[in-house]
Design a protein. Sequence first.
Length: 330
Amino acid sequence: MKIGILDEHPEWSRRLIAELEARRLHVERINHADHGFDPADRRQHWDVVVNRTSPSSHRRGHGRVLFYAEPLLAHLEAVGVPVINPVATWRFEKSKALQVELFERLGVRYPRTVVVNGAAPLRRAAREVRFPALVKPNVGGSGALIERFETAADLEARAADVDFGPDGVALLQEYVEPRDGAIVRVEVLDGRMLYAIRIVRRADQFNLCPADLCQVQAPNGHAQAPNGQVQAPDALAACPVDAAPVLDITRHEPPREAVEQAVALTRAASIDVGGVEYLVGAADGRIYVYDVNATSNFVADAPRVLGFDPFPAFADVIVRAAGRTARAAA
């Protein structure tokens, strides 16, 4: 049984690989930041490939991954390799505009949003939304380049300088004040909620990668959790380039509506493992979904925060998929 882990980040898959190797499985990390494939090679080199491609790769100098991943994943699927989080998933993962279209199609409530690809349409869109508002690059990753504007005049003055990200597309989205400054991430695995976490943050924080959430830098250079406990330096190994500490993170039991929406969204986006993030509006008490993530690093220090380690369950899903391939080839 041979398992491929498609991941350009040097640390993000470490815990998953450790779990699989502890089961005496053959695991190969595929670094597609420096990679090539032959479309004429129709062999199945892996029994399953776990796609952990992240839009934030361009924030680590691996921008080539953004557009290379799609043909690579399509090739793997065409030759019959099962892919966990397949090419259809990646298309939603790297495009917030496609995510908003999915919210609209499924009737999920989300902040009012207009998609644009230049300064002039951005200025026009400013006449259609309420302020404050956020400008989000279509290709995000760990909250990269999100900017908040208090008024339409502020946006008008700075529209020409806004960074639209790698593909030149951005979203202008009304800012919905979250109740108690909190957002919730519902983690879904294999069509079911695995867990949910409630994150209290500052209003100017947009990087909410769960693997980074509970760490800040202590004076001695070690990572420090919100409760003051100092962690080893490698606790920060999963952080993207612009990680920011949050104020509090706890396990959460979302209402049924939120769980059903998260499961429906992941199913529609072909996501085998991923998180759906929502907030409860301070003004109206309604649920607003605003992001879908298919790269699940899971929350840091999960046994303390959740009461269990989510990686064995993830590994079980991978092993079942690989086992089906191995049995078919026997």
